[in-house]
Design a protein around this ligand. Structure first.
Ligand code: ADQ
Length: 469
């Protein structure tokens, strides 16, 4: 008989699996990514369940087992996908939490869909959690869940982790639902953020915007109206470092890396960018810097090649259509001006790749360009570092969470195109000794602070939260 309650429940917008067609049949396949790996290891040996949307609108499939986890799909109608997911989550919260790089849109209809879906997640979690169980809620799509869940099940330990930045109060206060969002989070015992600044932004927003007498903020703890304490701190996420390092060393990946370089005409310098095609990732700024460098002759288009992988993302939203056409136009223009027969300077890949191919690109690249305008962490930077221990160079935006940890990278401000160009040149021209010194230090950092370490830190912070009086 299937188990009906669990000691650890994960709630995330998406399940850790995707519905795919294989040999004419529809099957569940494990989604790529560090979160799934981390949760698998945290869940092994525990009674764990994961609740989330399947990715397909309509009726939810029945619960099923996969990879040692019990998976419980939550239904979303087509209207809810439009209003809760594409609307409130990705057109209101996402741009607002990323420094309003594009203006956020606020609609009352979206907010009520968000409330409704959050309630459904909270009710599902409440029904699955065993007595005194731990519930770990993920990300900006589920900010109401902690409070709704506490009302239903005050016995639970509730934690929430924010994968994206938490904005400064001057920006956050634009949100019409700001009070509801803060009060929703205060239902948790522990709130984990990528950076100290994010945790401080949240605490400052509580102090400044929740002026009622029933809430007080002392250091990193908020005393909630029902008397419980909610602590906020930085617990930066990481990757499966050993997994990536081992993969990068396999002969298959090494050979494929050499083949990629050969296919590009064995350039002297190979630069790489890998991002979801999102306006936060600074792809446009990066291309502008490179275009100027090719034009001015700082980069020779036959000696220096650039691969840009831009993973399709949120394609039904206007802002994403817009960035896609801008990137396509710029790549077309650079190649039009500088390509010689069969050898364009920029290789643009708008699709997903298996892990092995990603690792081969990391191994092949001399310089990795990670230049977001704002990013909660940026796992690509850490993956590149994991794939190299003494070679390669990382150009990294100061506006990523990763910049707090990868201090030996070539840090840049992507808005400052002139200096970004100089930083790229420095990274390209660095001596092998300098590269090795920097890369070794960063490699050690991601080795010591991997995704397993992150998950354990989050859960021990949550376990240490005082019980409600
Ligand atoms: P994302 O914005 O999606 O994550 P990122 O941290 O870079 O950004 O993670 C992307 C992941 O997808 C990486 O593991 C990368 O290797 C993989 N990936 C990218 N393109 C791919 C492709 N074409 N094919 C296959 N795999 C691809 C959000 C936040 C980040 C935060 C993470 C985790 O925006 O700031 O680091 O969550 O908390």
């Amino acid at each position: 008989m299937p188990q009906d309650t669990f000691d650890l429940v994960i709630a995330a917008n998406r399940l850790p699996v995707d519905r795919v067609r294989e040999g004419g049949r529809s099957v569940w396949r494990r989604s790529p990514g560090g979160l799934v790996t981390a949760m698998e290891s945290v869940m092994s040996g525990r009674d764990g369940a994961w609740i989330g949307w399947s990715g397909v609108p309509g009726k939810a499939p029945a619960a099923f087992e996969q990879g040692g986890m019990s998976l419980h799909p939550v239904a979303l109608s087509a209207e809810e996908v439009r209003d809760y997911y594409e609307g409130f989550s990705n057109a209101s919260l996402w741009p607002l939490y990323h420094d309003v790089i594009v203006p956020p849109t606020f609609r009352r209809r979206w907010q009520s869909a968000y409330d409704g879906v959050n309630r459904r997640f909270a009710e599902t979690a409440a029904g699955l959690a065993a007595k005194n169980a731990t519930v770990w809620v993920h990300d900006y799509q589920l900010q109401q869940v902690p409070q709704l869940l506490r009302e239903l099940r005050p016995d639970l330990r509730i934690g929430w982790f924010n994968h994206i930045p938490f904005p400064p109060v001057e920006l956050f206060m634009q949100l019409p639902a700001r009070d509801a969002m803060l009060r929703g989070l205060l239902g948790a015992d522990f709130l984990g953020f990528q950076r100290r600044t994010d945790a401080q932004n949240f605490l400052r927003a509580c102090r400044q915007l929740l002026v009622d007498d029933d809430i007080s903020v002392k250091a990193d703890v908020v005393h909630a109206p029902d008397g419980h304490e909610c602590r906020a701190a930085a617990v930066p996420i990481s990757i499966d470092t050993a997994g990536m390092a081992e993969l990068a060393e396999t002969s298959g990946v090494q050979e494929r890396a050499a083949e990629i370089r050969k296919q590009l005409g064995n350039p002297e310098h190979l630069l790489l960018g890998i991002d979801r095609l999102d306006y936060t990732k600074g792809i446009r700024h990066r291309l502008k810097a490179l275009e100027e460098m090719y034009r001015e002759g700082t980069l020779d288009p036959t000696e220096t090649k650039f691969i840009q992988v831009a993973t399709p993302s949120r394609e039904r939203l206007d802002a994403y259509q817009h960035i896609k056409s801008e990137v396509e136009q710029t790549v077309g223009r650079i190649n039009g001006e500088h390509a010689i027969f069969g050898a364009p300077p920029v290789t643009y890949l708008h699709r997903s790749f298996p892990r092995e191919e990603m690792a081969a690109m990391f191994v092949a690249a001399d310089v990795m360009l990670v230049t977001p305008l704002r990013d909660g962490m940026n796992l690509v930077a850490k993956e590149y570092v994991a794939a190299h221990d003494h070679s390669g160079a990382l150009v990294l935006s100061e506006f990523t969470g990763a910049a707090n940890e990868l201090k030996q990278s070539y840090l840049c401000n992507p808005h400052d195109i002139a200096r970004t160009k100089r930083t790229i040149t420095r990274a390209i021209e660095a001596s092998p000794e300098e590269r090795a010194r920097r890369m070794r230090a960063m490699h050690r950092q991601v080795q010591r602070h991997d995704v397993q370490h992150w998950a354990e830190r989050f859960l021990s912070n949550l376990a240490a939260a005082p019980r409600q009086p």
